[in-house]
Design a protein around this ligand. Structure first.
Ligand SMILES: [Zn+2]
Length: 432
């Protein structure tokens, strides 16, 4: 996501807000004009080059799905250095560090996910060229992780006291088959019933995600006895059944609004070129911001699998000449197991929710035009539980997320860090 303001304009607006902030935005809380906050914002801008160095260091520590522990340990040490309280790694692998607020006050989680989509054998070496940083995971989510550390440092140095207790979290399992396991543990066990607000740092640009793109993910395994491709010609074929299913799925029509998508992302199976396979599987991901539309796509998917099985089995019941194949087809037709491997609920934070108002105030103070759109992030979990949540993009400009040529343009990226800092203060409340 790009900042809609031209950079020179943005800088102008930024300079302006420090002199005449109250004029800039009617709903500004005036937080950004307090001396301690102004100093912290200036500090964040000054140390942005070091923030970028940290982004590179973090990114070069591999954190494949279900393998985040080395990066988690590095992150834990950083939390200790920052002087956070009760620093620990929970039983799921999330790193937690507390900054106490008023006793009995709200509890704000400030989170960035540790994991990448890349397997352990992908090189995590980062290269730099001018303002561009290149490397798998450099934007998603090494940027979020580093912004979190700089915000925590700025807050610690400023000695600003907040009403809310802030829990800084480096979480596991945001990507792919991680299926938000870090969040499910945090909200379901570790801090169950205690979290009042949630802010995630994920993605680049200066937008924010206020809605949860829901998704259903399945692994479908087609099975049959299988046999020799020549000798047992006429057997119903699991790979052919899978092909029929994909053909149907690839013809789905889905609405643009609410945006609804589907993708068969992996297929796996077969025995050899001269075998009728006994097993083959595929993984499919369906997403929508609309619960109704997601369920409709899900129903179409299930119908496609059923129809593909029926077609493949009926075809060979009709056309098989080999009597043994006919017998096997009648006794053991191709079957399909549908296994759910991921669920992300849909939902939306109300437009007038105080947490979004807080982000708007931070944006206004920094001359950023607020823009919200739905996303698929750690905020999905709290949103589905009715807990106020927002995911902040973290500045700069990323491209090639989840691809090996992922890159991050750090031009004016300090704005993302400043916005995260101010938004956190707006949500956590500053003690006068
Ligand atoms: Zn991410």
């Amino acid at each position: 996501m790009k900042n809609p303001l031209d950079p020179s304009l943005r800088r102008f607006a930024f300079a302006l807000c420090f002199t005449v902030a109250p004029l800039l935005a009617a709903d500004a809380s005036g937080l950004a004009t307090r001396p301690a906050v102004r100093e912290a914002l200036a500090y964040i801008e000054r140390v942005e080059p070091e923030t970028l160095n940290e982004q590179v260091r973090l990114c070069e520590i591999p954190a494949p799905p279900f393998g985040e522990s080395v990066r988690a340990e590095y992150y834990r040490k950083k939390f200790v250095e920052l002087g956070l309280h009760d620093v620990r790694i929970d039983s799921e692998g999330n790193v937690l560090g507390f900054r106490p607020g008023r006793a009995g006050g709200p509890l704000v989680v400030f989170d960035a996910h540790l994991d990448t989509v890349f397997p352990a054998d992908v090189s995590t070496k980062v290269t730099r060229e001018g303002t561009i940083l290149k490397g798998p995971g450099i934007a998603d989510n090494c940027r979020g992780l580093t912004v979190l550390l700089t915000v925590a440092r700025a807050l610690q140095q400023s000695r600003i006291a907040t009403d809310a207790t802030i829990v800084f979290v480096g979480s596991v399992g945001e990507e792919g088959l991680g299926d938000l396991r870090g969040m499910k543990h945090l909200f379901g066990k570790e801090l169950a019933g205690r979290i009042t607000h949630f802010i995630a740092l994920d993605g680049t640009g200066l937008g924010a995600a206020d809605g949860a793109v829901g998704s259903y993910r399945y692994r479908v395994t087609f099975r049959a006895p299988g046999g020799h491709s020549y000798g047992m010609f006429g057997l119903a074929n699991p790979i052919h059944a899978l092909g029929r299913a994909i053909e149907k799925i690839s013809n789905f029509t889905v609405p643009d609004s609410p945006k609804t998508t589907f993708n068969v992302g992996r297929i796996e199976g077969g025995t050899s070129v001269n075998s009728i396979a006994h097993t083959v599987s595929m993984e499919i991901d369906m997403r929508s911001v609309g619960a109704k539309e997601l369920d409709a796509t899900d129903a179409a998917f299930r119908a496609a699998i059923a129809a593909a099985l029926k077609e493949e089995n009926e075809f060979w019941q009709k056309h098989a000449r080999n009597p043994r194949a006919r017998l096997i087809n009648s006794r053991s037709p191709v079957t399909a197991d549908i296994e759910r491997i991921g669920t992300r609920p849909t939902g939306r934070t109300a437009d007038d929710a105080p947490i979004l108002q807080a982000v708007r105030r931070a944006d206004a103070a920094l001359g950023i035009k607020s823009s919200f759109s739905p996303g698929s992030t750690n905020s999905n979990t709290p949103i589905s539980l009715g807990i106020p949540a927002v995911t902040l993009r973290t500045g700069g400009d990323g491209s090639g997320n989840h691809a090996l040529d992922e890159q991050f343009d750090s031009k004016d990226s300090h704005l993302g860090t400043q916005r995260a800092f101010l938004a956190l203060l707006e949500v956590a409340g500053v003690v006068p």
